[in-house]
Write a protein that binds this ligand. Structure first.
Ligand code: FAD
Length: 392
């Protein structure tokens, strides 16, 4: 049986980045994917994802964010594809907003460019949003939209050019480590590897059951909303509205100028809007309930309250999956008791922009047993002393 240096399980956002990194390192690399890369039943479809660097979620992501953006840029140069569109990112909230203050604090700490704005400045520069007079904001000009499906495909092509092999419609059923390597039981026969990277997204707990108490897969809806006729969208940014502790944040993405011709779920011409997070738990093998009228009404009415001219009608909508960890931070590291099985899981609805750094770090672990990328704060053992597991 052929033995691979690295087998990547799941070729979505993180898996395609790992495939690319392992092939760049000269490793004999195999990717095994249940469906096809960036298919519409996982977490990496819908034409656009926000990327930004001033990070309210946790300031320790910033070096990984910088690394990831540089890796996306290198991928653009290699593939000739336009992946990143820098339209800026506006965070908005009330005077106590942890999102706005966290964004500005992260920018200060890492010397990133982010402007603090008051309501008058936001009204002048971003006239679409009707905000209370005491609203505050933070704007990062160097942020924007990245195309998820195009980036995944470009990573896979880059890996294949360097000799990596991709097998699609293959399910990995089990991963067993022995003294000399790892055996993977798959629907396409057994495979042997020196090391394995598990990047299974919403399916992570099915392959690594020890993570099950910490992971919750939830249904999300992304809706493409056409503005009222004659609304000028020149200079329209990505945005996020912090609605306080009792309502989930509302966010929107500018369309990527090169995504309109894509044959992907959604609509490439209009902004996309979503509500971040939900309590609707999903088995990824069953799939999320299709979008219904209530989903669309909820998003349209929230959007109309903030920005009436933006929210004329919904032109397309699609479900997607988040895999939440208890503290909404990623779980990245090496399987307990193992030296050869490494994983990223629980990306909690904010992982795409960081997928290149995660792929690189996992491949470092697979090939060298260590990484220079600062992922220590994402080690899963924090949960044993941290918050208790969420109900499943
Ligand atoms: C609506 C929505 C909006 C989002 N917006 C943003 C955003 O603006 N910015 C941002 O940074 N992030 C955002 N995210 C989050 C981000 O898209 C995800 O965190 C990220 O794409 C997840 O990548 P992944 O590699 O973990 O999962 P996926 O890309 O889903 O890949 C996992 C892959 O593993 C495969 N697989 C699973 N099990 C097996 C198996 N046993 N054998 C073989 N293959 C297997 C699956 O088929 C799948 O292709 C958003 C997510 C959603 C749903």
């Amino acid at each position: 049986m052929q033995r691979w240096d690295v087998v990547v399980v799941g070729v979505g956002a993180v898996g395609s980045a790992a495939l690319r990194a392992a092939s760049e390192a000269g490793a004999r690399t195999l990717g095994l994917e249940l469906h096809s890369p960036a298919h519409a039943g996982g977490s990496t479809h819908g034409r656009s994802r926000i990327f930004r660097h001033a990070y309210f979620e946790h300031p320790d992501y910033v070096p990984l964010l910088r690394h990831s953006t540089a890796r996306f840029q290198a991928l653009e140069r290699e593939s000739g594809d336009s992946l990143l569109h820098r339209c800026g990112m506006l965070a908005m909230g009330d005077p106590g907003s942890s999102v706005v203050h966290g964004t500005l604090e992260s920018a200060r700490r890492w010397e990133l460019q982010a402007e603090a704005l008051d309501a008058a400045a936001m009204r002048r520069r971003f006239p679409w949003f009707e905000l209370p007079t005491d609203a505050i904001g933070a704007f990062e000009a160097d942020a924007g939209v990245v195309r998820p499906e195009a980036a995944v495909r470009a990573s896979v092509r880059a890996a294949e050019r360097r000799g990596a092999e991709l097998r699609t419609s293959v399910r990995v059923h089990g991963i067993v480590e022995d003294g000399s390597g790892v055996a993977l039981r798959t629907s396409g026969g057994d495979v042997r590897a020196g090391a394995v990277v598990v990047a299974a997204g919403a399916w992570a707990a099915k392959l690594l059951p020890e993570l099950a108490p910490w992971l919750r897969v939830t249904r999300q809806v992304q809706a493409w909303i056409a503005p009222r006729p004659a609304t000028d969208l020149a200079g329209f940014p990505c945005w996020l509205l912090d609605r306080g502790p009792h309502e989930r944040p509302l966010y929107g993405l500018a369309p990527h100028p090169d995504a309109s011709a894509d044959d992907e779920p959604g609509d490439g011409r209009h902004p996309k809007v979503g509500i971040h997070g939900s309590d609707l738990v999903v088995d990824p093998d069953v799939g999320a309930q299709p979008v219904d009228d209530d989903d669309v009404k909820r998003i349209l009415s929230a959007c109309r309250r903030l920005a009436p001219t933006l929210a004329d009608r919904c032109v397309a909508a699609a479900t997607c999956l988040y895999t939440m960890s208890p503290d909404s931070q990623f779980l990245v590291g090496t399987r307990e008791g193992s030296r050869r099985v490494h994983f990223a899981a629980g990306l909690s609805g904010h992982g795409f922009k960081l997928s290149p750094a995660l792929g690189d770090a996992l491949v470092d672990l697979a090939l060298e047993g260590r990484t220079g990328l600062p992922i220590g704060f994402l080690a899963p053992n924090r949960l044993k002393i941290g918050p208790s597991p969420q109900p499943r």
